[in-house]
Design a protein around this ligand. Structure first.
Ligand SMILES: Cc1cc2nc3c(=O)[nH]c(=O)nc-3n(C[C@H](O)[C@H](O)[C@H](O)COP(=O)(O)OP(=O)(O)OC[C@H]3O[C@@H](n4cnc5c(N)ncnc54)[C@H](O)[C@@H]3O)c2cc1C
Ligand code: FES
Ligand code: FES
Length: 1334
């Protein structure tokens, strides 16, 4: 049967208002409907695939059977609109707004400083709101679970969690001392001085949560649900029809006549397939109204659960059942519960169905191995009748395929009770602890005859070990009928190793790791089984405590943020130095804050989609857009020949083409762009453009290949101090090592966004764009269109994160978009999809650092020679500047008298890398710190001692002869040791390690010295424009862009102090090239320093102009002075300018003054590592930072925490993977893991160094945007320390390689456990690895 034309009327509610749609396209997801049709733009697009949570909404439904209303969070990007018939949806706009009343969740996240760029905030708010609707007094565990699927790239999560924590009952304590003497950990109450310490926010201010104020569920929907509609619902769109049958019979009929049509429940598999793989389903069947699919019945064998039940429903059902039965009957239930808690995020579990998970037949499904091991059966129906099919090794046929016939429908799943003597366990290891598909996952079951250790039945199933869920049948046979003892198990490991073979180039890579995990999980199962047998008195020997395995700690504890009070005597009205909330935090939390793509469409606006190269290195032999131009809605295709002005962007004498014309040099290079009337049409058009290529030989991908072929960008740089060659002759020992650092994706939550609007008759263009450097975009667009810059104005309201990634590539995209706007004479919008953004825009440079170090036996490092190779990609972009900064920071905190660094940017056929927070410094210092670590390991001494021995002391000079005073670095170091209780905890860590065989703790303490300002002197300037209006209100414009770092808040504070008026009278609307021209990028941690001085200058000018009026009327109000000034014809508008320091670097002489000053910091971290899986937790982090006198401690602490977490991601988690042909595999949050709530240190303390002053920046502050990112490496070194402890257990001492990021895979393999050692390494060169090591 096919769906009828026209279709039914879809009816649902949004924010209490009824929505009826009579022509709904089944391809429409709730997210685009909200944003485009209803203009509810609070719900954000972050990834489109359920992986980031930015689009979280609450869905409520009435359940007639129980007469209850259920509320659940869901990702609007995967929610088909048609699925919402009869549902009530609440978006962030529906719970509160600044026009009416803000909701307590919005208020608390904002006031606790949990919103920086704000792009993730509405999603966070809605996840938390949904939790509170279901549980008004949640526990911390509830909160972290609710937020597990919401990513934030700015805050580091701590402030979000702290804001949400105020809803917990247990939060009702002083909290004055966080983890110290706080009611929360049951220790002594804080003393008075602790209580007097300034706090970041005052929870007494918060309005209480009043559940009676929430929107009620629409009674009309209750009536609708009670009056079950027996009619089939049909909705038809351009390419797809949607049918929702009302009965099982009808469903069977539909499936019989349309066996290929998928059943869509949660749409978490079908949705991403349609979106990302371009799969088209002409018909979709939605069985949500077929009651049989949701029935739960108990039988003597177990519980039969409807296949349509969501995974959350399954979880709560099992949790309800467990206490109702004897423990021995619920082994499988409990194993499933454990697995379900770890599966996806709450938003995913709330919609994804049990049947969908089984039938998706993912190779690494979390449920299938345990369902199969637990001997579950599915009950299926077709027009041939019903049958029961066991979920066993025969069920999963191949990737995504099961044994069921296409027309068969799974009605229910029988989950059996376990029997006496039966144990079921699951184990999984994932790239990130939560919200991540597993690398390997298992379900294991064994049955013993009563009172015996003889195996009566056993089944072991694995996910992630091949294209399907696999049974380790031979291993089971090796265990069957044998006693469960060392001998049997030892044989079983060998059989398993042979049985679960993975070829060395297996898809997904990580072959050795996966194979060792397979063994590890059997080992872990063994330990648990032995424990059970002990409890049953079947065996009596005790497992030594050291050999036991306990889970890693996971409880988040309160943390400390210490900063100084403002100086005594500072006026109460003066906001400088106070923890003022980000000025847009509330509107970001209510969804009212406007980002680029939230701007309303203009009449006739077009959408642009880019076509990118699918070859890494090839000649373009043809570009055929004719098919695209035939498609509905497609208006034009823009090619290089259409560019009226300059076709390239030039840097260091290298040209980067805006659109490639004759040759491509990476996959992802932009070739042309399709403009169409809708976003979907533009994308379909882009897919229809045919490009033909002729491959060119020998593309270069890796640094090694670049070295071999001397594929380098010029100039290469060197810095040398002392005489390195001679010094090596004088040292006691020499060691040579290397470390490879992977790149990093910016993963700003808002993808690249811009709208170009042609206006006026004289070739004028308004560019609304999410960029860090409006002037660059303005200049680039003008050059591209061949018009003067005065015809182009760039407007930047705010950015949803940037981190260096919205400078050069944004300008190029804006150029292409502006050509489209110029050619069509219509407004054109370009919003990159997450996958495209990741593919096209590049990221942090991967670096290979090789070093030779000479040192004395007392620990003094006398000489070091370091060679850095940065993988620059196919265009030079800022690569040479990055390499320069690498060399300028290579010494970090250490005075190495003879130090040479050579830096080279490699030209490769990968997408070009660009600026990223820290601009090469994190990579640079990592090499140095790793070298220091090696020296300590060679000498067998604690690494903190080697650091101390070599740290700069007294007035010092860097290798490029820049004089500085490291006293405050030492103060940070000493204070960090005290605050972190370093010595005692170090001892405790060593003791822990002696007591645990499979888990180790590690600790590290790392310093940083980070240069602030631009080495390119001309960039150290800023301007501002301040207007005072007749009513006394003030508008400030300056050159900095607001991207979450709080620059507008700080500028408001500066203006407030200088004009002596409250911040509420000061408004900052946007950054525009028409108000402040010739701006510099908001980068190099220099935004506040430069723009603050410019704003100060403008405000002082105005304040002085008002002086005569004030003197005449000293008791008058601000408004009266302003009014009088107007009538006296005094100008109430002024510009301000700041001419920053004249910095320079002479690369020939290898000396200079490339920085204004240094920001210092020290971080101590402790981790606990599961040596068998490489999983780890950061148990505690203490950071002490010298930022002079903070202009705004809440903003600065936010920068510190956010940067630290981004560094933690860089050094321990985030992995970019490229195929052997240069294609980026990791193109979304499902494959690329940035830190989530679960990665936050369990205790996360930040202390701003007191009594520090910096005469070189505004109000004695220091730049802080970037420096702390590197300190995320202290987690890396703590992991390395833990790994070293594990290795020493196997007799391995001395330095060992560990590349960055120290992922679970790398950490586990480095531990060299008995299981990893069993895995034979594949011979390099004998196979093509799945991914490149770039
Ligand atoms: C961001 C994200 C994270 C995830 N993380 C994990 C994870 O950690 N572990 C894990 O195991 N999974 C994970 N998943 C996968 C998720 O659990 C599955 O996609 C989901 O369970 C599929 O159910 P659904 O209802 O959404 O399926 P749909 O997409 O609606 O349908 C999927 C397929 O199943 C078929 N189907 C559905 N129901 C039936 C039925 N009753 N009878 C016959 N065929 C049927 C459909 O025809 C269709 O082909 C994740 C998914 C996403 C998007
Ligand atoms: S946009 Fe929906 S989860 Fe990312
Ligand atoms: S505030 Fe969370 S992504 Fe920016």
């Amino acid at each position: 049967m096919s769906a009828g034309k026209g279709g039914d009327i879809l009816c649902f509610f949004i924010n209490g208002k009824k929505v009826t749609e009579d022509h709904v396209d089944p391809e429409t997801m709730l997210l685009s409907f909200l944003r485009e049709k209803l203009r509810l733009t609070g719900t954000k697009y972050g990834c489109g695939g359920g992986g980031c949570g930015a689009c979280t909404v609450m869905v409520s439904r009435y359940q007639p059977a129980t007469k209850s209303i259920v509320h659940y969070s869901a990702n609007a990007c995967l929610l088909p609109l048609c699925q919402l018939h009869g549902a009530a949806v609440i978006t962030v706009e529906g719970i509160g707004s600044t026009k009416t009343r803000i909701h307590p969740v919005q208020e608390r996240i904002a006031k606790a400083h949990g919103s920086q760029c704000g792009f993730c905030t509405p999603g966070m708010v809605m996840s938390m709101y949904t939790l509170l609707r279901n549980k008004p007094q949640p526990t911390m565990e509830d909160i972290t679970q609710a937020l597990a699927g919401n990513l934030c790239r700015c805050t580091g999560y701590r402030p979000i969690v702290d804001g949400c924590r105020t809803f917990c009952q247990e939060a009702n304590c002083c909290q004055a001392n966080g983890g110290g003497s706080c009611c929360l950990n049951g220790e002594e109450a804080a003393d008075e001085s602790e209580l007097r310490k300034p706090q970041l926010f005052d929870k007494e201010e918060f309005q209480p949560l009043d559940p009676t104020q929430e929107l009620i569920f629409p009674p009309e929907l209750i009536l609708m649900a009670e009056r079950a509609n027996p009619a089939t619902l049909t909705f038809s769109g351009e390419r797809m029809s949607w049918v929702s049958p009302a009965s099982l019979e009808e469903l069977v009929q539909l499936k019989t006549s349309n066996p290929k049509a998928p059943l869509v429940l949660g749409n978490t598999n079908i949705g991403p397939d349609i979106k990302f793989k371009g799969v088209v389903h002409p018909l979709i069947i939605s069985p949500t109204r077929v009651m049989e699919l949701f029935e739960v019945t108990q039988t003597p064998q177990g519980v039969s659960v409807g296949a349509g039940c969501s995974l959350s429903e399954l979880l709560s059902l099992l949790e309800k059942l467990v206490p109702q039965f004897p423990e021995e009957k619920t082994e499988l239930f409990r194993a499933l519960i454990q697995q379900l808690w770890n599966l996806g995020s709450q938003q995913i579990r709330n919609v994804a169905s049990l049947g969908g998970n089984i039938m998706s037949a993912y190779p690494n499904s979390d449920l299938n191995p345990v369902l199969a091991a637990g001997s579950c059966k599915v009950s299926v129906i077709s027009n041939g009748g019903r049958r029961e099919v066991p979920l066993n090794q025969d069920f999963f046929v191949s990737f995504g395929k099961t044994i069921l016939k296409p027309e068969e429908v799974v009605v229910s799943v029988l989950i059996p009770f376990s029997r006496k003597g039966e144990f079921v366990r699951t184990f999984r290891q994932a790239p990130r602890k939560e919200s991540s598909f597993p690398t390997v996952t298992t379900g294991m079951r064994v049955l013993f005859s009563e009172g015996s250790r003889v195996v009566e039945d056993v089944s072991l199933y694995y996910g992630g070990m091949g294209p399907t869920t696999v049974s380790a049948a031979k291993t089971c046979a090796a265990l069957f009928t044998r006693p469960w003892d060392d001998e049997t198990l030892s044989r079983a490991y060998d059989v398993l190793l042979d049985e679960l073979l993975l070829p060395p180039s297996a898809p997904g890579g990580k072959v050795e790791f996966r194979r060792s995990l397979a063994l590890t999980f059997l080992f872990k199962f063994n330990l648990e089984v032995l424990q059970k047998l002990r409890e049953m008195n079947v065996i009596t020997d005790e497992l030594p405590e050291k050999m036991q395995i306990q889970p890693l700690p996971r409880e988040i504890q309160p943390s400390l943020q210490e900063f100084q009070h403002v100086p005594e005597g500072q006026s109460k009205e003066d906001p400088v130095g106070r923890p003022i909330m980000h000025r847009s935090a509330i509107s970001q939390a209510t969804g009212e804050a406007v980002y680029c793509d939230d701007m309303p469409r203009t009449d006739g606006e077009l959408f642009l989609a880019v076509v990118t190269s699918s070859r890494a290195y090839a000649k373009i032999t043809g570009m055929d857009a004719s098919a695209a131009l035939q498609l509905p809605g497609v208006v034009d295709v823009i090619m290089a020949k259409d560019i009226p002005g300059k076709k390239v962007r030039s840097m260091f004498g290298y040209d980067e083409e805006l659109l490639a014309e004759s040759e491509v040099s990476c996959i992802g290079q932009m070739l042309c762009a399709v403009v169409a009337d809708t976003w979907a049409h533009a994308r379909r058009g882009a897919a229809a453009v045919k490009i033909s290529y002729e491959d060119l030989p020998d593309p270069v991908f890796t640094v090694e290949e670049a070295i071999e072929k001397s594929s380098f960008y010029k100039p290469q740089r060197v810095i040398e101090s002392g005489n390195v060659t001679e010094a090596f002759k004088t040292v006691d020992q020499i060691y040579e090592g290397e470390i490879r650092l992977g790149g990093q994706e910016h993963f700003y939550m808002e993808t690249q966004s811009m709208v170009v609007v042609p206006v006026g008759e004289e070739a004028e263009f308004r560019v609304y764009v999410s960029t860090q450097w409006p002037t660059l975009t303005q200049d680039a667009v003008a050059e591209t269109l061949g018009i003067p810059s005065n015809r182009v104005t760039c407007h930047v309201k705010r950015l949803g994160g940037a981190f260096g990634g919205k400078v050069t590539k944004t300008a190029i995209l804006a150029c292409i978009t502006s050509v489209a706007a110029w050619k069509t004479n219509r407004a054109v919008r370009c919003i990159l999809e997450r996958g495209e953004d990741m593919l096209i825009t590049g990221g942090r440079h991967p670096v290979l650092g090789k070093y030779k170090v000479g040192f004395m036996n007392d620990g003094r490092i006398v000489a070091a020679d370091i060679q850095y190779y940065a993988n620059g990609g196919n265009a030079i972009d800022e690569s040479v500047l990055v390499v320069e900064k690498i060399l300028l920071h290579m010494d970090n905190a250490y005075n190495i008298p003879n130090l040479r660094g050579r830096g080279t940017a490699c030209r490769t056929n990968l997408p070009s890398n660009t600026a990223f927070r820290g601009f090469g410094v994190p990579q640079s210092i990592m090499v140095m710190e790793n070298m220091i670590n090696d020296v300590a390991m060679v000498l067998g001494r604690p690494v903190d001692q080697i650091r101390e021995i070599n740290m700069y002391k007294g007035l010092s000079t860097t290798p490029y002869k820049f004089e500085f005073n490291p006293d405050n670095m030492w103060r940070c170091w000493e204070e960090c040791k005290v605050k972190s209780d370093y010595s005692d905890r170090r001892r405790a860590v060593d003791q822990f390690n002696q007591q645990h065989c499979w888990k180790k703790r590690g600790m590290s303490i790392i310093p940083i010295k980070y240069g602030i300002a631009f080495g390119e002197s001309f960039l150290n300037q800023a301007a501002a424009l301040v207007h005072i209006y007749k009513d006394g209100s003030v508008v400030v414009a300056h050159g900095g862009t607001e991207m979450g770092q709080g620059i507008h808040t700080k500028m408001q504070q500066v203006a407030s102090r200088e004009l002596h008026i409250p911040p509420s009278k000061i408004f900052i609307s946007e950054t525009g090239t028409n108000t402040v021209p010739n701006t510099c990028p908001s980068a190099a941690s220099y935004g506040t320093d430069a723009n603050g001085m410019a704003v100060k200058n403008a405000c002082q000018t105005l304040y002085q102009r008002l002086e005569p009026i004030r003197q005449k009327n000293p008791k008058g109000s601000w408004e009266s002075w302003v009014s009088a000034a107007f009538f006296k014809k005094i100008s109430l508008s002024a510009t301000g300018f700041y001419r920053g320091p004249d910095l320079y670097m002479d690369w020939n002489k290898m000396e200079g003054e490339p920085y204004a000053y240094f920001t210092f910091g020290v971080c101590c971290c402790e981790v606990e590592l599961d040596c068998l899986t490489g999983d780890y937790r950061t148990v505690r982090t203490d950071i002490v930072v010298d930022i002079g006198r903070s202009v705004n401690p809440s903003v600065d602490i936010g920068q510190i925490e956010g940067a630290f977490m981004q560094g933690l991601g860089l050094f321990t988690l985030e992995e970019l993977k490229f195929s052997p042909s240069g294609l980026l595999y990791t193109r979304g949050p499902s494959q690329y893991k940035i830190p989530a709530v679960c990665d936050m240190p369990l205790r996360f303390n930040v202390y701003l160094l007191s009594d520090s002053h910096n005469p070189l920046a505004i109000y004695s502050s220091k730049g802080i945007g970037e420096p702390i990112l590197f300190l995320g490496s202290s987690v890396f070194f703590a992991i390395k320390d833990a790994v070293a402890a594990a290795r020493s257990e196997s007799g391995l001492v001395g330095p060992f390689p560990l590349d960055s990021p120290a992922t679970p895979e790398r950490a586990c393999l480095a531990c060299a456990s008995p299981f990893t050692q069993k895995i034979p390494a594949s011979k390099p060169g004998s196979f093509k690895p799945w991914a490149l090591n770039i």
